[in-house]
Design a binder for this molecule. Structure first.
Ligand code: NI
Length: 418
């Protein structure tokens, strides 16, 4: 399958010269001019739009979009244990499918092609991603020891079910240190090692988690995991808001990636992750939205913008986290954290997950630094076309793979019962 994207401004180009992007079997083969004799099966007219690699949402909970607006302005533990969990208990896999598909639609319309979903219905998220044509990393959030064995068996069943599906990847995901015993965490790290899968965990998200860990284990959550040898696998830690200076050094030393979730952390009053300090220490920092139940949107443009601005403000220094750095956190760093090879750059040999942005809009005029335009001026509504794995999934603001009317009908129905 060959695709030619014509007349675009590559984000890593000079900002003036229009290029064509040639794609063969989901891989970028040329930027500039198509190779001699390149006969595309399909052509997308770029019309002078800006072309960038698609955004990577490194931490989310897909089906929870049906809980959007159900529990706002509550303290974190009350939000989780009273607002979210009782509603989740009522949900079935069919409802989770529609919730996941809603998340896919929202993300694609805002230039994001890959998500990392952690929660109860990974099969629903994988199915939704397959139907719409999105790249999915799915992981069942497991807790234990109570019911832990059953959850591990279900998790292994799901991995077997979707193993071999194109663009579906897996991680092993103990939910958090406060919902898993030490023995259970160790067991999951061993399973990840055996299956050669990376690990995804919520870590140091709130003051309560930090204080409880200091009380129960005499050390910080990061130190607790280091002591039990948990970081022997490639690990992605979500949040990492409450960190000591030693924690930052330990995360760097153990090669742990961190998914910052600026808007969710702010909305839940959990604070601001020390992204600048993590990055400076050599930690691979990427960005996630967390769920629409805590955010309440899944807009990676907005998260990128917050990431760049928050740390200038909190560090009192406008030179920290420049636009280009925030963009890398939202693209190539996310792919690295998810262990997806050659994703997140606009270069030959890299995966063809491409986003075309309108430039005929006031916030993009005049167009100077393209990274600054994307990070500081765009809100994601500029997204015109999205190509995933070399396939146009969203073409001139219309989905080519699914019926959004059917989706919205089902979401309204679900909202009536949950
Ligand atoms: Ni989360």
């Amino acid at each position: 399958m060959k695709l030619l994207v014509k007349n675009v401004l590559p984000i890593n180009g000079d900002g003036k010269t229009l290029c064509d992007v040639a794609v063969t079997n989901g891989i970028i083969t040329a930027i500039g001019r198509a190779p001699e004799g390149f006969a595309p099966d399909d052509t997308v007219e770029g019309g002078g739009r800006l072309c960038m690699p698609a955004l990577v949402n490194a931490h989310t909970h897909m089906y929870m979009s049906v809980l959007r607006g159900a529990a706002d302005d509550l303290p974190f533990m009350q939000w989780l244990f009273e607002g979210v969990m009782p509603r989740e208990d009522k949900m079935d896999v069919g409802q989770a499918y529609w919730g996941s598909l809603l998340s896919c639609v929202e993300m694609i319309r805002r230039g994001c092609c890959t998500f990392n979903d952690m929660h109860l219905f990974p099969g629903a998220a994988a199915r939704a991603a397959q139907d719409i044509g999105m790249r999915a990393v799915v992981n069942r959030a497991v807790t234990g020891p109570d019911g832990g064995e059953r959850r591990i068996n279900e998790m292994l069943g799901e991995i077997n079910e979707f193993k071999g599906c194109r663009n579906v990847y897996f991680m092993i995901a103990p939910h958090a240190i406060y919902t898993c015993s030490q023995e259970y965490l160790t067991k999951l790290a061993d399973i990840a090692e055996e299956l050669a899968l990376p690990v995804h965990i919520h870590l140091s998200e709130s003051v309560a988690e930090m204080n409880d860990c200091l009380r129960d284990h005499g050390c910080t959550p990061v130190e607790y995991l280091v002591k039990m040898g948990f970081f022997k696998n490639k690990t992605l830690a979500a949040h990492c808001v409450q960190l000591t200076e030693t924690d930052i050094l330990l995360l760097a030393e153990h090669g742990v990636s961190v998914a910052a979730n600026p808007k969710s952390n702010l909305k839940l009053g959990n604070g601001i992750a020390p992204v600048y300090q993590l990055d400076k220490a050599g930690v691979n920092v990427c960005i996630g939205t967390d769920s629409a139940a805590s955010n309440n949107s899944l807009n990676m443009f907005s998260e990128m913008n917050y990431t760049a601005l928050l740390h200038k403000g909190t560090n009192g220094d406008p030179t920290v986290i420049p636009a280009r750095k925030a963009f890398e956190m939202a693209t190539v760093n996310g792919a690295k954290a998810l262990c997806i090879d050659k994703l997140g750059r606009l270069e030959p040999g890299w995966k063809a997950d491409l986003v075309l942005l309108d430039t005929d809009v006031p916030q993009m005029m005049p167009l100077r630094d393209l990274y600054a335009a994307v990070v500081y001026s765009c809100d994601g509504s500029e997204t015109d076309t999205v190509i995933i794995d070399g396939r146009p999934v969203y073409l001139h603001k219309e989905f080519t793979t699914i019926d959004t009317e059917e989706l919205y009908y089902n979401i309204r129905k679900i909202a009536e019962v949950i």
